[in-house]
Design a protein. Structure first.
Length: 267
């Protein structure tokens, strides 16, 4: 048991699996998109996006409660309820200003909760984590090498920070052009970072396609003693053996009939 909540039935597990397969991409987008809508010139866009994001969280919580009435007594249910309360658009109330830092942390917590609760997203995060480590190491080494090759003759590589800025910009394929290597060694370092950036984008695109096209397997929360489906039991095995024996008898009888129809050779 988890916090006194009853174990889920097979039907509830299947209903949760179907809902997560459809809702997880929407929840992920709803949690991430508001993080990038921060321009003060688009205040009304922030309000619409924030409210829409909150409604997505509420809808998910309502559906989870319909599937599992004891959802709020489980760990994930408590987390989801807290996020719904924290991300409520309090800024719509006159005279009340919502804490942007708290909203940011709550949305990030929703992303983390989604990653921890879904097998497909856990694999997605693990794959991106490995790619990020490799890409980060290449950017760091190539940026330091470019700094060593450039800083004596190229004033744009005045500090290691400038070199790291150039490496990150090159990795993301943004290419501001504010820092440009001039030596052969520096340009080779740039080529290495460019190839790494293209590879990272390819892995990201493949991971997203796999994430949105493959339905995640149903997950169990820690402490939940939920029943597992038994695919083979003693009775079903005996029934299959009996059916197989009957088919063999039919085949044997037909072979005998065919043998009688074949003319025997006479001496």
């Amino acid at each position: 048991m988890a916090s006194g909540a009853a174990a889920l039935t097979t039907e509830q597990l299947e209903a949760r699996r179907r809902w997560q397969a459809r809702s997880n991409p929407v929840i992920f987008i709803a949690a991430v998109v508001p993080l990038f809508v921060t321009s003060p010139q688009t205040r009304w866009v922030q309000v619409v996006v924030g409210l829409g994001s909150w409604l997505v969280f509420v809808a998910d919580l309502v559906v989870q409660l319909r599937i599992d009435p004891a959802y709020l007594r489980r760990r994930n249910g408590k987390i989801d309820l807290t996020i719904v309360l924290v991300t409520f658009p309090y800024y719509l109330i006159p005279g009340v200003s919502g804490g942007s830092a708290i909203l940011l942390l709550a949305r990030l917590a929703r992303v983390v909760r989604l990653l921890l609760a879904t097998a497909g997203l856990r694999r997605f995060a693990a794959r991106l984590g490995k790619v990020a480590l490799i890409a980060g190491a290449i950017v760091l080494l190539a940026s330091l090498a470019a700094y060593q090759a450039e800083h004596k003759t190229n004033p744009e590589f005045a500090t290691v920070g400038d070199a790291l800025w150039w490496g990150i910009v090159t990795l993301t394929t943004v290419g501001y052009g504010d820092i440009v290597p001039k030596t052969t060694a520096g340009r080779l370092c740039g080529v290495a970072i460019m190839i790494t950036g293209i590879a990272v984008l390819g892995v990201l695109a493949g991971s997203l396609a796999s994430l949105f096209n493959v339905e995640p397997a149903p997950q169990e929360e820690p402490g939940d003693s939920e029943p597992q489906a038994e695919f083979t039991t003693g009775e079903s095995m005996r029934a299959q053996l009996a059916a197989l024996q009957a088919q063999l008898q039919v085949i044997q009888r037909r072979l005998g009939e065919l043998a009688e129809l074949v003319p025997r050779d006479t001496e």
